[in-house]
Design a protein around this ligand. Structure first.
Ligand code: PLP
Length: 392
């Protein structure tokens, strides 16, 4: 059997990460890995997480098996974080703890495939690299819609034009905030148009919320999602605690299914639990227990997220200033406006190769960089290198 195993091609991200680790040059920059880093280059554990962990260690709860749906307090806390404390929304929402945001996407993909195996999932181009494998794994079709034109702003006409080919029951994947990889988000009026478009055509929004709090704030970042929930009969949500709680390796997330009424969501729980049972059974408890504690009294955690967001925004404007001082191409100006951890540089694979080879600066060949992985001392050399490789 083993001699017949298909060989997946090497993962471009992991190849770059390995090349970065093997690069001996001082001053090398890893802008590939999608984690937040502080000024010392570390990915910190938020104080709120440390305190919750200490309390949990003190309480030493049993490690006995938990429910297939995960930690109930966590699920309830996540619903309120995402949808607000609005009884009409909560009554029509089912939540299931998942193995990170990735696990939530996969659970939802399996659920969609169980109900509508012929559905197409429409995702943005450019988009998150893992959406296609996650959605096609259970056999769903996958198509893309344009997100932006050359000026690097969101092009709603192009997006909706492409989505006109979607048929009722198809799924439209939207990034709740901080689009990965472009940092280009829908504005409030654009959310209104997309929401109305989906409702009018019977399309099902699937909102991927992996960076809540990193865009404009915890509440503001959920505004588009909440509108979509209020205006559409069925909405799917994949949420991650990896970035905003720093729980990356604890694999903590939630899949939410919003139906037209409380009765409409009755079949959701048993099906999601059967899917989980056939895969990993129960999700890991530790991260969810931490998050549940934090969500009961979130104030200090929210201040920590505000600080992370302020730092990333500060890096964006410092990089914008440094590029302007270099006299760099105005096409870089989008870096200031974009939201969250990532941006797509206006550079092609050849320029990205030069950045690696000549300057030891590692981003992806598509031009994606993790702005949240920068330190302030790296801004000036990065701006110089970007200007150098973008000159003809
Ligand atoms: N969705 C998007 C858009 C992401 O960028 C990521 C992570 O980078 C995920 C989902 C997956 O999150 P998690 O690490 O919690 O599985």
């Amino acid at each position: 059997m083993l001699d017949r195993l298909p060989q997946p091609g090497s993962d471009p991200l992991w190849s770059l990460i390995s090349a970065f680790r093997a690069d001996p040059r001082p001053g090398r920059m890893d802008l590939v890995v999608g984690v937040y880093r502080d000024e010392s280059g570390e990915t910190p554990v938020p104080e709120a997480v440390r305190r919750a962990e200490a309390r949990l260690a003190q309480a030493a709860p049993s490690k006995a098996y938990r429910a297939l749906s995960g930690n109930a307090a966590f699920n309830a806390g996540m619903v309120r974080l995402l949808l607000g404390d609005v009884p009409a929304r909560l009554a029509r929402t089912h939540a299931m703890q998942s193995v990170g945001g990735t696990g939530a996407l996969r659970l939802l993909a399996e659920m969609i495939a169980a109900a509508r195996p012929d559905a197409t999932v429409w995702s943005s181009d450019p988009g998150y690299i893992n959406h296609r494998p996650l959605m096609t794994a259970p056999g769903l079709r996958f198509e893309t819609y344009r997100l932006r034109e050359d000026d690097r702003a969101l092009d709603l006409d192009a997006m909706l034009d492409d989505l006109k080919a979607a048929v009722p029951g198809d799924v439209v994947l939207l990034h709740g905030c901080c689009h990965n990889p472009s940092g280009i988000d829908l504005s409030e009026p654009q959310w209104a148009e997309v929401s109305a478009f989906c409702a009018a055509r019977g399309l099902i929004p699937l909102v991927d919320m992996a960076y809540q709090g990193f865009g404009d704030g915890m509440e503001a970042d959920a505004a588009g999602l909440r509108r979509v929930v209020d205006e559409n009969p069925t909405v799917l949500i994949a949420a991650s605690c990896s970035k905003n709680m720093g729980l990356y390796c604890e694999r903590t997330g939630a899949a939410l299914v919003v139906g037209e009424s409380p009765a409409a969501i009755a079949p959701v729980g048993p099906l999601l639990e059967r899917i989980a049972r056939a895969s990993y059974s129960m999700p890991p408890e530790h991260g969810a227990a931490i998050a549940a504690e934090i969500l009961v009294a979130p104030e200090s955690w929210l201040r920590e997220v505000d600080a992370m967001r302020a730092r990333v925004n500060g890096l964006r404007s410092a990089l914008g200033d440094a590029l302007e001082a270099e006299g760099a191409d105005p096409a870089f100006a989008g870096l200031r406006r974009q939201k969250g951890m990532f941006s797509l540089l206006p550079l092609g694979p050849e320029e990205m190769r030069r950045l690696r080879e000549e300057f030891a600066i590692y981003g992806t060949d598509t031009g994606r960089i993790n702005v949240a992985g920068l330190r302030h001392e790296q801004i000036a050399p990065l701006a110089r290198a970007l200007h150098a490789v973008s000159r003809i």
